[in-house]
Design a protein around this ligand. Structure first.
Ligand code: C5P
Length: 244
């Protein structure tokens, strides 16, 4: 399928690019459709996620990575005026890199790009603003994260406890993750060339010897991954609506 474009223009000084990887098949959910299209409080998950991002940055420009063979997507799910659909890749990092490649010649090297998983509909708008405000003056960029709260175990070869890891200084990496276009493109491109396994943008940037900023975020910014996560997400979304 050809990339779809809806009024996505070149950047200017205030341009914020949002990349939403939504090309996963979500096999761990064991559902009849990809998790971004499962019902969450009356709307598909993707509608909640895009609505949160739009609420924080209505003028941002969205690149939405979808599976080439996606039959579930509907354009009415997208609240942004300026957006583009591109095909995802084999892995999440490939989908994000495809999005960045689609921006070549339009995004400036120092434009900010925020990457947010479609499977995180519970992200709080306050956290989106906090992340943006925290990285805007930063040399490297950063990510929402939460300190590890549980005791962490490292398994041995027989799937028993090999040892206990100290949780001191351990964080869960969440999204969005925010980096400047030029750095993120170089980092993901280099990671792909060298065959590294990259599960988030920050790890590609770390491989460059840089240290992304950890921006404390809310613990309820969960990623819907397993069937039980959907019920939790429903509860969180309902509570957020009742508190606004
Ligand atoms: O599978 P997982 O939950 O780790 O995926 C994280 C995010 O990356 C999801 O939003 C998913 O749709 C997206 N993804 C993608 N392209 C892939 C695999 C995952 O855009 N090939």
């Amino acid at each position: 399928m050809m990339p779809r474009e809806t009024g996505l223009r070149d950047s200017n000084d205030d341009t914020l690019w949002l990349v939403v990887p939504a090309a996963g098949k979500g096999t761990r959910m064991r559902a009849e459709r990809p998790k971004q299209y499962l019902d969450l409080d009356g709307q598909p998950v993707i509608v909640h996620t895009l609505a949160k991002l739009h609420s924080a940055w209505p003028q941002a420009r969205l690149i939405l990575c979808l599976d080439e063979k996606d039959v579930w997507f509907e354009e009415r799910f997208v609240p942004f005026d300026h957006w583009q659909r591109i095909n995802g890749g084999d892995e999440r990092a490939d989908s994000v890199l495809n999005a960045l490649m689609a921006l070549q010649g339009r995004a400036h090297a120092d434009d900010w790009v925020l990457v947010h998983d479609v499977a995180r509909p519970c992200v709080h708008v306050d956290d989106l603003h906090t992340l943006h405000a925290s990285v805007i003056g930063d040399e490297v960029g950063g990510l929402l994260a939460t300190p590890a709260a549980d005791t962490m175990k490292r398994q041995d070869r027989s799937h028993r406890v090999g040892h206990t890891e100290s949780r001191e200084g351990l964080w869960h990496a969440l999204t969005p993750q925010a980096f400047r276009y030029g750095l993120l493109y170089e980092a993901l491109h280099t990671a792909r060339q060298s065959g590294q396994t990259i599960t988030d943008e920050a790890s590609a940037v770390e491989a460059f010897g840089l240290a992304p900023k950890l921006v404390p975020g809310r613990r309820d910014n969960l990623k819907i991954t397993h069937p039980e996560d959907l019920a939790l997400a429903r509860w969180i979304i309902t509570a957020q609506r009742d508190n606004t």
